[in-house]
Design a protein around this ligand. Structure first.
Ligand code: UD1
Length: 425
């Protein structure tokens, strides 16, 4: 498996362009199934998860093509509503295919995505939402089969503003008969991007970005062209890395409105940030100050997807900081690795107490999931000495060649790919 080898201690400097958002692109690619014809998507990041989604769409019979950051998905000859188990296991986000396949074919079968490194990740709200729209759901041997002769709009209230459940229900409801009103919906920017895409295909969706989304069903959707929003988590990761290395960088192709909670935390830590148009400039030339309390919660609160990265910054701060994780129960796996690099962190259930240390030291560490992996890369960039981050396939799921991104900002970070063993035969 590939590793990243980092010689730490160099302040980041320079300018980078942020790629398109994985978490917006995945549901939008799934929603492309709803139009009969070729959908052209721009600013689609080159990531492992995107390749898996393209692979699944192709197995369902779609014609897919990629040229750099442009993807074309033509579902007019799609002929299967069955997502194979091996592909379902490769990526949890394949659950997004339920809503569009149900709306397109009147049936869908998928497999339970199961738990993952960051927590249990149930799908009960996805299923009850589809059931409310008229689907009959059967589960046996890990397979979930959903069928609906007709989907009918209704009122649906989510117990928790789940991003995935909100998106799945929106994608099923766009072709339902009548109006669906979804309350306690997730408000993430990726939900607004999905609404804009669905409307571009001829749907009638309003309210994304608030907690009530109204979907007026239409008879048919049409192919369109669409540009995916920039990735706020990749942008946030770069901002934190600049601050942790006491560097100064400029990001282009960003939307600072999507990063308000992170910018607020960074400013509390004494980091200077300026934003205009699609540019964000960060300057972290002095030691960060501790931040007394950060609580992860659904948007617009502090994102769970930046929790591990900001913990690295606070590990180096002057004073004691507290982070409470409320979204995923298993999201402190990076803590043991950071402690091995010299951080002083204790975890009490869902709360981490971070006593800032003057410096971290290089070590061999393991990425346990996507964002934990990104945090370890930041730690390696800021640390004295050499850090090796193992199991970086997790990082490749969400960052397009992270080593090139940081190398273009002056860091010393290289990928080591093990040589293939010769065939003994
Ligand atoms: C999405 C993001 C992920 C991010 C997360 C929270 C994508 C591809 N992934 O994941 O990067 O970390 O939002 O911002 O967009 N839950 C249930 N039942 C359900 C659904 C969710 O109990 O039916 C729980 C989950 O276990 C979790 C919480 O709700 O504790 C949040 O999950 P959710 O918002 O659904 O996250 P995802 O859509 O999986």
């Amino acid at each position: 498996m590939d590793k990243l080898v980092i010689e730490g201690g160099k302040p980041l400097s320079g300018t980078i362009r942020i790629h398109g958002a994985k978490n917006a692109a995945l549901p939008i690619m799934a929603a492309s199934l709803l139009a009969d014809g070729a959908v052209r998507l721009r600013n689609v990041p080159r990531l492992l998860d995107i390749e898996v989604m393209l692979g699944i769409l192709s197995r369902l019979g779609c014609h897919v093509a990629r040229n750099g950051e442009e993807v074309i998905i033509n579902s007019s000859i799609a002929n299967s509503a069955h997502v194979p188990e091996d592909l379902m296991r490769q990526m949890r986000s394949s659950i997004f295919l339920m809503g569009p396949l149900l709306a397109k074919f009147g049936e869908v079968s998928v497999y339970q995505p199961g738990g993952c490194a960051i927590g249990e990740r149930k799908i009960d709200m996805h299923l009850s939402g589809l059931e409310a729209l008229g689907a009959v759901i059967e589960e046996s041997g890990g397979q979930i089969r959903c069928a609906a002769a007709k989907l009918t709009g209704t009122e649906i209230h989510l117990d928790f503003p789940s991003v995935g459940a909100t998106e799945n229900i929106m994608m099923a409801a766009v072709l339902a008969e009548g109006t669906t009103v979804l309350t306690n919906a997730a408000r993430e920017p990726e939900i607004q991007d999905l609404q804009n895409f669905l409307n571009q295909m001829g749907a009638s969706v309003t309210g994304a970005g608030t907690d009530t989304i109204t979907i007026q069903g239409v008879k048919k959707l049409y192919p369109c062209e669409y540009e995916i929003i920039p990735d706020r988590i990749v942008a946030g990761t770069a901002l934190i890395a600049a601050a942790a290395t006491r560097g100064s960088i400029t990001l282009s192709n960003t939307n600072s409105a999507h990063l308000v909670s992170l910018v607020h935390v960074l400013r509390r830590a004494g980091i200077q940030i300026r934003a205009h148009d699609d540019i964000i400039i960060v300057n972290g030339l002095t030691r960060p100050k501790a931040v007394d309390r950060i609580v992860t919660s659904p948007y617009p609160a502090f994102p769970t997807d930046l929790q591990s990265q900001v913990m690295v910054l606070l590990s180096l701060a002057d004073g004691t900081s507290i982070i409470k994780e409320t979204v995923f129960e298993g999201r402190f796996k990076h803590v043991d690795e950071l402690v091995r690099m010299g951080a002083d962190i204790t975890v009490d259930l869902h709360t981490a107490i971070i006593r800032g240390v003057p410096r971290l030291y290089g070590a061999v560490v393991e990425a346990t999931d996507l964002r934990a992996g990104a945090a370890l890369v930041i730690a390696g960039l800021a640390a004295h000495g050499k850090t090796t981050v193992e199991h970086i396939h997790h990082i490749d799921r969400g960052y397009d060649r992270i080593e090139e991104m940081f190398r273009s900002l002056g860091a010393s970070v290289y990928r080591e790919t093990p040589l293939k063993q010769p065939d003994p035969a």
